[in-house]
Design a protein around this ligand. Structure first.
Ligand SMILES: Nc1ncnc2c1ncn2[C@@H]1O[C@H](COP(=O)(O)OP(=O)(O)OP(=O)(O)O)[C@@H](O)[C@H]1O
Ligand SMILES: [Mg+2]
Length: 307
């Protein structure tokens, strides 16, 4: 069954000329962890806000759990939970208040809500700070409170917009564990992230969005394999310029060095040439990070060429 189906979804904000979403088509299976990747401004939050009934599309449609996000917004809201991007905690509520009030507002009876609030606080190790004023918490703790609010609801589908932003590596993994638990319980998770390791570790499927359009889709493995001919990355630290690296593969400049994505032959040739010149090089397999830079870079270049 499809948990979400977007057809030709378009959003043009009133004050901007460029569409934030540009005839976007997307299908997401239920029971999955689905990740949306894309550069700042690619349209991820816009998509999540429309699909979660908070924002009207300009045209096109999106159906979530079989309900139209515009016409059947009210029924849909009961079945979904949302962790918005850059949400704030509310003064003078405690973390427990945040989680408990959210559960009560969703219609859970008092005792049940209390029990679940405690579970959600335990899930993200917020027990120690559960009853202090949220204003006193660090940024990462506040973010965990925001995520905890969505964890023990009865929502069939949960939207999380950059849930692990600002979290240390231990707490990021705690969030991952919770998302995996929710998936085991049959829920659908739709999230955005800028952490490629997170996308790789969690997602059943992912899309890369660029300027409001899907430019790559599939499992993390298949998206990585979509640039299969470029299996190896070669970091060149000196003695080459970018233009002469083009013949070995796709070369980009990163933090004072050049990174070339290439195949095994290209890597060998470039390695040999680097040794001959006495240049500093390092070889490693391509990561989803590289693929992201490659795919988004190509998509944006093509679009500029078209103009
Ligand atoms: N309220 C708004 N009014 C006008 N333009 C907006 C508004 N919100 C977003 N935009 C524009 O729409 C585009 C998509 O923004 P969006 O927030 O969806 O991107 P994003 O992929 O979530 O980026 P990030 O990774 O930075 O969170 C951007 O060009 C942004 O400037
Ligand atoms: Mg965003």
């Amino acid at each position: 069954m499809k948990a979400l189906r977007a057809v030709q979804l378009t959003k043009v904000y009133r004050k901007s000329k460029q569409p934030a979403l540009d005839s976007l088509d997307l299908e997401i299976d239920s029971g999955q962890i689905f990740t949306m990747l894309g550069r700042n401004g690619a349209g991820k939050t816009t998509f999540l806000r429309i699909a979660s009934t908070q924002l009207m599309p300009t045209s096109g449609s999106v159906e979530v759990l079989g309900l139209d996000a515009v016409r059947e917004a009210k029924q849909l809201r009961e079945k979904i939970a949302i962790t918005p991007q850059e949400a704030e905690t509310i003064y003078p509520l405690t973390p427990r208040d945040h989680v408990l009030l959210n559960l009560r507002m969703r219609g859970l009876p008092k005792e049940e809500a209390k029990r679940r609030a405690q579970e959600a606080l335990d899930d993200l190790e917020l027990t120690e700070v559960a009853d202090v004023n949220s204003d006193w918490l660090s940024g990462g703790l506040k973010q965990r409170v925001i995520v905890a609010m969505a964890l023990r609801t009865d929502a069939e589908l949960i939207f999380l917009d950059e849930p692990s932003i600002g979290l240390d590596p231990v707490n990021r993994r705690r969030v991952w564990d919770q998302l995996t638990r929710l998936k085991k319980d049959g829920k659908t998770i739709i999230l955005t992230t800028h952490y490629m390791d997170e996308a790789e570790a969690l997602s059943d499927n992912l899309v890369i969005v660029s300027r409001g359009k899907v430019v790559a889709a599939g499992t993390p493995q298949s998206v990585r394999a979509s640039v299969t001919q470029r299996t190896t990355r070669v970091d060149v630290y000196d003695k080459f310029n970018q233009s002469e690296l083009g013949k070995y593969g796709h070369a980009v400049s990163i933090a004072g060095r050049f990174r070339v994505l290439t195949d095994e032959n290209g890597a060998k040739d470039l390695g040999d040439e680097a040794v001959a010149r006495g240049a500093r090089v390092a070889l490693s397999p391509v990561t989803l990070d590289d693929v992201f830079v490659d795919i988004v870079g190509e998509a944006e270049k093509e679009e500029e060429d078209e103009r």
